[in-house]
Design a protein. Sequence first.
Length: 500
Amino acid sequence: MSAVVLQAENLCKRFGATQALDGAGLVLRAGEVHALMGQNGAGKSTLIRLLTGAETPDAGRILLDGRLIAPATPLEAQREGISTVYQEVNLCPNLSVAENLYAGRYPRRRGTGLIDHARVRDGASRMLAELHLEIDVERPLGSYPVALQQMVAIARALGVSARVLILDEPTSSLDHHEVRELFALMRRLRERGLAILFVTHFLDQVYAVADRITVLRNGALVGEFPTAELSQTQLVTAMVGREVASVAAREPRAVVERDAQVVVEARGLGRRGALFPVDLDIHTGEVLGLGGLLGSGRTELARLLFGLDRADSGQIHVAGEAVDLRHPADAVAHGFALCPEERKTEGIFAGLGVRENIVLALQARGGWWRSLPKERQQALVREFVKLLDIRLADIETPVGALSGGNQQKVVLARWLATAPRLLILDEPTRGIDIAARQEIMAEILRLARQGMAVLFICTELEELTRLCGRIAILRDRHKVGELPAGSEGWQVLELIAGEK
C-alpha cells in the first residue's frame, strides 16, 4: 500500500435533531482512486463538507500527512491541498476557459499591477495540455459541453497544488463516451500520485475505476474494502444493511395491453432549433422509455409535452381530443405531470418545507383561493413520505436541507399527489442510491399496473430495458426508431449510435 495522505477519524456532526455523522472515518492513499459509497442520507455529503472546510466537525479529527488540520473554510482546505469538483460545475460560463482557471489568482504585470493576459492564456493552455486537453482557452466556458466544463473544473482544482482531489458525482451529467474520457483522466492523475475520492451511485463505475471502497450507513462507518474483494451484492448489502432484490427479479415490465387506450398521441410535434417533428403514442398502463445521448432532444420533447415550450409544428391529442398546451397549467389541467431532470433549479423550492413542496402542484391545480386544510396536507404528505421512504426529521424540514436523492423523491411525491394520467420522468434516478432506485422503479411499475401512463427518460440502458415496454430512441433531435419489449441493451446502443 502507498503512503496515507488524508485520514479522517471518528467524525461527528449534528444539524439540529439530525445526527448526520456519527463516528465516520476515511483513509486516502497516494496514487489511488477511493470510492465513497452509501445511500442518500448516509452522510457522504456531510463528510465531504467537513474535509473541505465547508463545515466544522463536532468531534473527531482530520490528518494530512500525519499532521492535524482543521480547515475552517474551503479556501483553507485548498491551501492545504484538498480540492473538490462538484456534480454541478460551479464555474462562470460567461468567462473564458483561461479566466475560469485563474479566477481569484490572476498573474500581474510588474510595475502596473494589471492582469497579464498573455500569461493567463499560456498558463491555461499548459494546465490543460497536462490533462491531454487541447481546446481554445479564450472561448467562453459555457460554449463547451458539460463534460469539458468538468475537465476544466478538475484542471482548476489541480492548479492549486492539490494532493487530494474529491470528485462528487462527476458522471451524473455525462454520456458513456464522456464517462470513459473522465475515467482515463482519473487514471492518469492516479499514476501521478494523486489521492482521488470518487463519490457516485453507479456501481459499475466504481468497479471500473476504484481501488478501494469506503461505505457509510446512517452517518456511521460500515467499513473499508478492496474493490477486487467485494462483490456488487456485498457492496449493496453493506450500503443498505440488508439484501436488495432487483426490480427485474420481482416485477414484470410494464408492457402495454393490445386494447389499451392511447392516452397521449403526438403527431409531427417539433420546435425549430430544438426538436425535429416527432410521432409518439403513450398508452394507459404503459412505461414508454425514451433513450438517447445528452443533447438528442429527450428533454426538449418532455418540455413540449408539458407546455414549458411552445411547439411550432404538429399536434397533441389527449384521449383522442386535440389540445393546445400553451402553458404548464394547461398540461396539469389535462392530467400531465413532469419531474424535471434539474431538480435543484427546476424541481424543488429549497427554502420551503417538505410539506409545502409536496402539496404545491395539488394546491395550484385546485386554485389558490381553495386552500387545502393543513390537516389534509399533513396526512397526504406523511403518506407519501412513508410510501417513498423519504428520509427526514420532520415534514416541515426545508427541502434544501435534504440529500439529493430525498429531494428527488419529494418532487416525485408532489406529482403523484395529483394522481396524473401521464407522468413524465426526466432522469428520475439521477443521483439516487441503489436501494432508492429500486424502490422508485418498483413504484413506477405499480403506478403503471394501476393504469397510469409513464414516459421514462433515462440514459442508463439497463434501467430502460429492465423497466420499459417499448423504447423510443432519439438521435440528433430526430426520432430514429422504436424497440419492442424484451429488447437488450446492445440493441438500444446500436440504435442510439446509428449502427442499426
